[in-house]
Design a protein around this ligand. Sequence first.
Ligand code: NGS
Length: 343
Amino acid sequence: MVKSKVVCGFLGLFVYMVLSELLFLDYLQKMFQSPKKKNIEISRRNYMYESYTDAPLTKGQKKEVIPLCPITSPLLRGPINLTFPSELTFAKVEQKYPQVELGGRYRPHDCQARHRTAIIIPHRDRELHLKFLLYYLHPFLQRQQLDYSIYVIHQAGNYTFNKARLMNAGVREAMQEREWECLFFHDVDLIPIDDRNNYVCGSNPTHVAIAINKFGYKLPYDAYFGGVTAFTPLQYSKINGFPNNYWGWGCEDDDIGLRVYLAKMRVLRPSLEVGRYNMIRHRHDKGNTVNRLRSKYLVKAPENWKRDGLNKDMYEVISRERLPLYTNITVNVGTPAGLHPPP
Ligand code: NGS
């Protein structure tokens, strides 16, 4: 498995390097400059917002003015050690963080948060990982004094996992609820271990999980763009979101890394010292087998990225629940034959 990952890593890097070279070819440059092919932009205005405001003031009651939170939170602790207590349950995590509001929302009450961040976690059959991630992520985000919500986007049914469709669904659903400033795409098995790794967006898309224990706390290859990434809604619409055609494991992250480049943006990264994560060990899931077509699709990314992504509606919501620690949105993403393929 390790050997195949290394081969995959080199394959990804090779494809990326070849495409980078190709991008300097004249005809591709012309294509990008053509006014007809201007970015298909899903405008933020297309979303419906429901603001997350305080309860309405009663007669005679004055609105309390609280100061903005400091630029650097005084609550940060730096590196932390992880333990995975076997007796931990969702109920215990819930009891430990009573300050988290229904739907997995939180904002500081003694100061006004400077940033609004939505965490989007694609998920299926990974309850154990989810429990530990929530156990560590809630206090981590609270120490950063963020105004945040956690959305778990759950793929219904048993058909092959499609993480990319879940991400696009997560963005649309989160943005319908609130005007988030920053969207964090978060693998369920990655736990951040240094709270100086700020969950806020920058001037360009950010690759956040750059130092994972599994890869010796360094990048497995230069173009790696997986694990945890952050986009503003505008940056996400500029890359047209995730591609919809990757079923199973691998390369959907390389594809969006490439999209960032194709959309003429840069990738920001935290330092190796703070962008650190521990991955909870596991085998490949049954429903998430290695996608044998992944490199074929990746090579086609320059042709496909404007055609296929957030601009296509490739999911339907089955249920939306505000649970104590997160908002659970279960979606049908169908199969390559469509949302409702004949049996
Ligand atoms: C690369 C994959 C990426 C994947 C990364 C880490 O090789 O999609 O491994 O995977 N790229 C290709 O296959 C070209 S991980 O070990 O985290 O499951 O994200």
